[in-house]
Write a new protein. Structure first.
Lengths: 285, 267
């Protein structure tokens, strides 16, 4: 399923003294099955943008097409759009409210009118997909779980609606490195094995470099760059000027080249770096 | 949606009125209100109007904000006018069955309407030009004398400050949780009363949890910085009267003087 945004503008508090322009003629295209990384400094408009993609916010001007259908048209079935385009907010564990994990994960499917036998199946699937043990957690209160587990439950709560696109707003914020790696690998699995289109909002250049097929870079409500991670990270100066960076290993390799080492200039991950160095020193794996 | 609601309706600015000491503004608003009740002639309102519109002009707050406050009490205003119009005995101008409008009634109704309008615009001017936090500083000052009879002035002011401080935070939080649940297909807008009340549960439970969490974190953070109540506490922004405060006092005294003069001696 594809998402196309055309010339989106969005202004908060229009007409009040607190008026701020959050999006400035943003256009983008996300294709079926892609893994897109959305990066930008705090306040660059990322969160505002993603809320347009499932109709939570309506653009001041501009259009959003989900699967070719203009979702800003009147009388749109927004529930169906929100089912197909799942959105996981930042710190999603703060939205949990039910007595048991099962009930909470079933909240979404119930709202969109899925039958009870189907709900059972989809809840089970969603909980195991985020790496939790269904039988162990299903009757627990979400508040008994650890922070990382709560976040998985919250992600499962969106996943259980069987979305075709998953948008995750900094799903790893505030997690320890292990929890972070696990969540990211689960997200990657959703994209690669289940074929779900993923839009990952992130502050970590390392994460998006490793996972995304395409990067969208935002600054002050505008898209300043789009392209593969390699294309985007080739331009560290621009990224640094808007308060972002490049993966540390990319920076390291640039420094090495400055000192006369003959290494590749487009290294993005530690694994690539390892392979390149091994090649240079003549060792085979 | 929820973001658009402004509480305390403060309009940021840097006018003479904005910069006045909050104590001055609270006290003078009070005097203004009392003086409205001294007025017995229409010409008295002319004096109050000149004063009020002069202040509005100085505050540089767009006039539409003043009358926004009136919208909320329009019904009360109308009821007052109607009751006064029909219930005051006197010279009958018009009658129908048991209803009759008297000359005195009309006069009284117009008086009441003017008085209420001035009252509301005057007090909105106070809240429109004073940030809520500064206002609590002023209120705390006026509560000081009641400390002796056991009113915890500082604590009350601190509670008010914190409550005001957290209104936008909780609004944002509400907005966020609402959206998060809407992203999961929740519907807050349709259905009958019972269904709507039920649909609030996914919003209220997380909101309460987060409010308690925030309160707890704030208490710990305050204690970590050695907060121990009002005793012996000094202030970062000390309230001090400046020249403009004295000028403001002068003008209000002038207005009150004129109003009293108007009541007893002229016209």
């Amino acid at each position: 399923m594809s998402i196309i945004a055309k010339d989106l503008n969005y202004t908060y508090g229009q007409g009040s003294p607190f008026e701020t322009k959050a999006l400035n003629s943003v256009s983008l295209e996300i294709n079926d099955g892609e893994f897109v990384g959305l990066i930008g400094h705090t306040g660059s408009g990322k969160s505002t943008l993603i809320q347009h993609l499932n109709g939570l916010l309506h653009p001041t001007s501009g259009q959003v097409f989900v699967d070719g259908v203009d979702i800003s048209e009147k009388g749109m079935n927004l529930k169906e759009i929100r089912r197909r385009v799942g959105l996981v907010f930042q710190y999603p564990e703060h939205q949990l409210f039910e007595e048991t994990v099962y009930k909470d994960v079933a909240f979404g499917p119930k709202n969109i009118g899925i039958g009870s036998s189907e709900i059972d199946k989809t809840v089970k699937w969603a909980i195991s997909e985020v790496g939790l043990d269904y039988d162990e957690v299903k009757d627990k209160s979400p508040f008994e779980l650890s922070g990382g587990q709560r976040r998985r439950v919250a992600i499962a709560g969106v996943l259980s609606m069987r979305p075709e696109v998953m948008i995750l707003d900094e799903p790893t914020a505030g997690l320890d490195p292990k929890g972070r790696d696990e969540i990211l690998s689960e997200v990657n699995k959703l994209n690669k094995q289940e074929g779900i289109t993923v839009i990952l909002v992130s502050h970590s250049m390392e994460d998006v470099a490793k996972l995304a097929d395409k990067l969208i870079v935002m600054n002050k409500g505008e898209i300043v760059m789009t392209g593969t991670p390699r294309e985007v990270f080739e331009n560290p100066k621009l990224l640094l000027s808007i308060g972002l960076g490049v993966p540390q290993v990319t920076l390291l390799f640039e420094r090495l080249r400055e000192r006369g080492w003959d290494v590749r200039s487009d290294i993005l991950t530690v694994e690539e770096a390892r392979d390149d160095i091994l090649k240079r020193v003549g060792k085979r794996d | 949606m929820i973001r658009d609601i402004t509480i305390g309706q403060y309009v940021p600015g840097d006018s003479v009125i904005h910069r006045l000491d909050p104590r001055t503004k609270i006290l003078l608003t009070l005097i203004f209100i009392i003086s409205l009740f001294i007025i017995t002639k229409f010409s008295g309102y002319l004096i109050a109007a000149v004063f009020l519109f002069g202040t509005i002009y100085l505050s540089k707050v767009p006039i539409k904000y003043m009358f926004k406050g009136l919208k909320g009490v329009l019904v009360i205003l109308l009821i007052t006018v109607i009751i006064n119009m029909f219930m005051t005995p006197g010279r009958v101008l018009w009658s129908f069955l048991f209803l009759k409008i008297t000359y005195e009634g009309l006069r009284q109704a117009a008086f009441m309407a003017l008085r209420l309008t001035f009252l509301i615009v005057g007090t909105s001017l106070l809240t429109l030009t004073t940030p809520p936090i500064v206002m609590t500083d002023g209120i705390e000052y006026f509560l000081q004398p009641f400390k002796r009879v056991g009113v915890p002035a500082h604590e009350l002011a601190m509670m008010m400050t914190i409550a005001l401080r957290f209104i936008p935070t909780l609004m944002d939080e509400t907005d966020k949780i609402m959206k998060a649940q809407m992203a999961r297909g929740a519907d807050f807008e349709s259905g009958n009363v019972l269904n709507r009340a039920k649909s609030m549960v996914p919003l209220l439970v997380p909101l309460f949890i987060s409010a308690f969490r925030r309160a707890d974190e704030l208490a710990v953070a305050m204690e970590a910085r050695c907060y121990r109540g009002g005793q012996g506490r000094t202030r970062l922004h000390k309230l001090e009267y400046e020249r403009s405060d004295y000028i403001a006092f002068f003008f209000v005294c002038l207005m009150v003087g004129l109003i009293i003069w108007n009541r007893y001696w002229i016209w």
